[in-house]
Write a protein that binds this ligand. Sequence first.
Ligand code: NI
Length: 261
Amino acid sequence: MTSPQFIDTHCHLDESSFENDVEHVINSAREAGVITMLTIGTTRESSERAIALAEKFDTVFAAVGIQPNYVAEAKSGDWERILELAQHPRVIAIGETGLDKYWDYSSLELQADYFDRHIELSRETGKPFIVHNREADTEIVKQLQGQAKQGQLQGVMHSFCADQKTAEACLELGLYISFAGMVTFKRNEELRTIAQKIPAEKLLIETDSPYLSPHPMRGKRNEPARVALTAQVLADVREVSLEELASQTTRNAKGLFNIPE
Ligand code: NI
């Protein structure tokens, strides 16, 4: 029997905390069965760094975009550059994008404008979008429903931590639901209950590293190798084997992001 193979659908390998050992981090992920990592851009510069990593390492692919907390500081020409970068062959997704009402770095109006742009770019390129949602469940669902009228949506709710109603609305729109380390935290019983009910073919896993390190490594710098800890918790609540959870979520990620074999 082969050991389980995972895809970390959301990490930030370009962050400064990985600066000195990114090669080691990518190699240990590979040793832990992580066959593919999707490193996510948050600004123009971060998107460029993500592509550079994806060009250097064959287990790494990139997503390009401007994260909602950074849209106010985007300079003239940054969005146009994202449009160009989106065409790069190692770029398999658009984002991260979405709405964030927790931080107050950008007005909600400007965030919503960029959210629309990312979804439109996703539609043009055929590459799925990645949604960041922080305390904006209602607004995000409403905007996605509006966008769905323009055509079928292809995307994922990343690091899902909203309620059952939001999960259902997103599934209704055809979106995938991805879980990060938060689903492993003891107090998040409700999130595990939601995770238990997501249809198998819509489930994804991620680390959001270097953030959100799963239990029992909570508080430490997170890295893609630890996606297995989140997978194990999901396997337990869904009462399937780790192998089954891994192969299902890997198949889902390959399908959504068109990851080449
Ligand atoms: Ni992220």
